[in-house]
Design a protein around this ligand. Structure first.
Ligand code: AMP
Length: 279
């Protein structure tokens, strides 16, 4: 696997892959790879001939009081895992390569980025949409894979690709979870042993709520019960637990398909997100 940090070299390497025949899939990540990321790489290998993985901890999607500096970074370990999974290229630009002096353009997907994580993290999804548009133009893949773990991000990337005519298939990959149901996340590394044990209350509360809503329970009451169960399970606060239209992300007060339960909660200094479909 080649590790590339320079855009001209990236273009040459991707052109060489395409000339060798076959399609290219891109898996964008911020590194600190876990099995959730690797499941995206495996899906990429199934749907395309060559897999490019990017690792870039994107400063513009972190707020001033967020964990950009502390975000876990271990490129050597990540590269070894990606080589084992059969990735062809690791695209690992530094910040000055991604945002050369004078960079002033950004992408905003209106409305879809305003609620949920966008409300708690102003500017976050503009940073995400901009860097994903840049990665698409840099790598020029046929397919790009994103995790359903970040449901709002996936909806925003799909809309951006449609609105800006990126000729790239956007695929969502199922959420990879630990045995107790907690969604795998690079941020789980911040949890103490006690917090990690308590964190299982989050997916458990969402599963119970998703079942209740599918069975016809009152939506407002069910969401309130889920929030109470999350805090009762040891979380410090709940940013949101909401029922949303799975595509437009509009908040729903009554079940209408396709619907998705979306949630974010804080335990200590760590903010975790999760989501589930409503059957
Ligand atoms: P990140 O490095 O957190 O930016 O994540 C990179 C990609 O991996 C995103 O598309 C995430 O949605 C996806 N991802 C992260 N965690 C998981 C997980 N537990 N299951 C599936 N995909 C995930």
């Amino acid at each position: 696997m080649q590790i590339i940090r320079d855009i001209a070299m990236l273009h040459r390497a991707v052109t060489a892959l395409k000339q060798a025949g076959g399609s290219v899939a891109l898996v964008p990540t911020m590194g600190a790879l876990h099995d959730g990321h690797l499941s995206l790489v495996r899906m990429a290998r199934r749907v395309a001939d060559h897999v490019v993985v990017s690792i870039f901890v994107n400063p513009t999607q972190f707020g001033p009081n967020e964990d950009f500096a502390a975000y876990p970074r271990d490129e050597a370990r990540d590269a070894a895992l990606l080589a084992q999974e059969g990735a062809a290229l690791l695209w690992a630009p530094d910040v000055a390569t991604m945002y050369p002096g004078g960079h002033r353009t950004h992408v905003e997907v209106a409305e879809l980025g305003a609620d949920y994580c966008g409300a708690a993290r102003p500017g976050h999804f503009d940073g995400v949409a901009t860097v994903v548009a840049k990665l698409f133009n840099q790598v020029r893949p046929d397919v790009a894979i994103f995790g359903e773990k970040d449901w709002q991000q996936l909806a925003i990337v799909r809309r951006m690709a449609r609105d800006l005519d990126f000729a790239i298939d956007i695929l969502g990959a199922p959420i990879a979870r630990d045995a107790d149901g907690l969604a795998l996340s690079s941020r789980n590394a911040y949890l103490s042993a006690q917090q990690r044990a308590a964190a299982a209350a989050f997916p458990a509360a969402l599963q119970a709520a998703a079942r209740a809503i599918a069975d016809g329970a009152d939506v407002g009451e069910t969401l309130a019960n889920a929030s109470a169960a999350i805090v009762g399970g040891g979380f410090d606060s709940v940013d949101y637990v909401a029922l949303a239209d799975a595509d437009s992300l509009e908040r729903l007060t009554a079940l209408r398909h396709p619907a998705r339960l979306l949630a974010a909660a804080r335990i200590g200094k760590t903010r975790l997100i999760d989501n589930l479909p409503i059957a």
